[in-house]
Design a protein around this ligand. Structure first.
Ligand code: NAP
Length: 284
C-alpha cells in the first residue's frame, strides 16, 4: 500500500531512507536544512516542502533523521503534531527517547523511536535492520512502510528500548574491534602476513567464540556463575601472560587492560573459581 510519508533530514542516512521509500512507491515529501540536498530526491519523484511545518502537514507519518535530539526539538518546536506519527530515527540515548516520546505526546502526536543497525548503503537491501520502540499502534500502522527501508523489529513499548539495544549492539561491536585490533598489532609485530592471520585464523576463531556466547547469559540470568569451561583464575593468569607477551613484543596492550583490571578485581574478591560471565556482577 502506498503511504504518504514525510522525511525531515536528508543527510547521508535520511537521503538513503527517502530513496528507499520512493523506490517502494510511497509518496514522499522531503525537507532538509540545506535545501540543495532535496534536489536528487525531487528528481526521483519526491515533493519538496518549503518548511518543516509544511512537511509535517503533508503526511501522517513523519520520519526524522538528523544529527541529534536537540536538533529534533529545534526543528519541531513550533509545529503541531496532532494526528501525526513521529518516527525518530536519529541516534540517541534511552533517556532522550523517553523524553522525546512525552514531548511529542504533549503536542498531540504518537511516537516511535528507531535505532538504525545499518549504514546508508545497506538501506532498502537485505541485511539492514531498524529496531523500533514506543507506540505499538503507530508501529503496527506503518510496519509495511518501515519495511521498505530495512527489516523493522519492534522491541517494546518503552521508547528507550530501541536506543538501548542499539547502544548495546554497538558496545559488543566495539569490544570485538578492540580485541581484533590488539590481535592484529601483536601479529604485525612478528611480521606474519595479516590477511592470512585474520582470514584463516582470527575471524573463524571469533565466529566460533561468538556462537557459544548466547549460552553465557543463562549464568547471568540465574546469577549462578559455576563453570565447567574456564574459571576466572585461569583467565586472570592468561591475561597476565598476554600482557607480558605484548610488552615483550613492544606492543601496547592498552585495549585489553580494562578487561584485565575487572578480572583481577573479581578474582581478588574471591570469585576465582567462577566463570567469565560473573564479570557482569562487577559492572552492576
Ligand atoms: N550514517 C550512518 O551510517 C548512520 C547509521 C546509523 C544511524 N545514523 C544516524 O542517523 C542520523 C543522521 O546521520 P547521517 O549519517 O545522515 O549524518 P549527516 O550526513 O551528517 O547528516 C546530518 C543531518 O542532520 C541535519 N542537521 C544537523 N544539525 C541540524 C540542526 N541543528 N537543524 C536541522 N538539521 C540539522 C543536517 O542538515 P544539513 O544537511 O543542513 O547539514 C543533515 O540533514 C544520526 O543520528 C546518525 O547517528 C547514521
Amino acid at each position: 500500500m502506498s503511504e504518504e510519508i514525510s522525511i525531515i533530514g536528508l543527510g547521508l542516512m535520511g537521503a538513503a531512507l527517502a530513496g528507499s521509500l520512493l523506490d517502494a512507491g510511497h509518496r514522499v515529501t522531503v525537507w532538509n536544512r540545506s535545501a540543495d540536498k532535496a534536489e536528487p530526491l525531487v528528481a526521483r519523484g519526491a515533493t519538496r516542502a518549503a518548511t518543516v511545518a509544511e512537511a509535517v502537514a503533508a503526511s501522517p507519518l513523519v520520519i526524522v533523521c538528523v544529527l541529534d535530539y536537540p536538533a529534533v526539538y529545534e526543528l519541531l518546536a513550533d509545529t503541531p503534531l496532532t494526528g501525526r506519527v513521529v518516527a525518530n530515527l536519529t541516534t540517541g540515548r534511552p533517556v532522550e527517547a523517553r523524553q522525546a516520546a512525552e514531548w511529542v505526546a504533549a503536542r498531540g502526536g504518537d511516537y516511535v523511536d528507531g535505532g538504525i543497525m545499518a549504514v546508508p548503503q545497506m538501506i532498502g537491501r537485505p541485511g539492514a535492520l531498524v529496531l523500533y520502540s514506543g507506540s505499538q499502534a503507530a508501529f503496527d500502522r506503518f510496519e509495511e512502510a518501515f519495511r521498505a527501508m530495512a527489516e523493522p523489529r519492534f522491541v517494546g513499548t518503552d521508547p528507550g528500548l530501541a536506543p538501548l539495544l542499539d547502544l548495546a549492539m554497538l558496545t559488543g561491536m566495539y569490544g570485538q574491534i578492540a580485541g581484533f585490533l590488539e590481535a592484529v598489532a601483536l601479529v604485525d609485530s612478528a611480521g606474519y602476513p595479516l590477511t592470512e592471520f585474520t582470514s584463516t585464523l582470527l575471524v573463524p576463531w571469533l565466529n566460533a567464540m561468538a556462537a557459544a556466547q548466547p549460552e553465557w547469559v543463562k549464568s547471568v540470568e540465574s546469577r549462578d556463575y559455576t563453570t565447567l569451561v574456564s574459571n576466572l583464575e585461569i583467565n586472570r593468569s592468561g591475561l597476565e601472560n598476554l600482557v607480558r607477551a605484548f610488552r615483550e613484543q613492544q606492543v601496547k596492550p592498552d585495549l585489553l587492560l580494562p578487561l584485565k583490571a575487572i578480572v583481577d578485581q573479581r578474582t581478588a574478591r574471591g570469585h576465582g573459581a567462577e566463570g567469565l560471565p560473573g564479570l557482569v556482577e562487577e559492572l552492576r
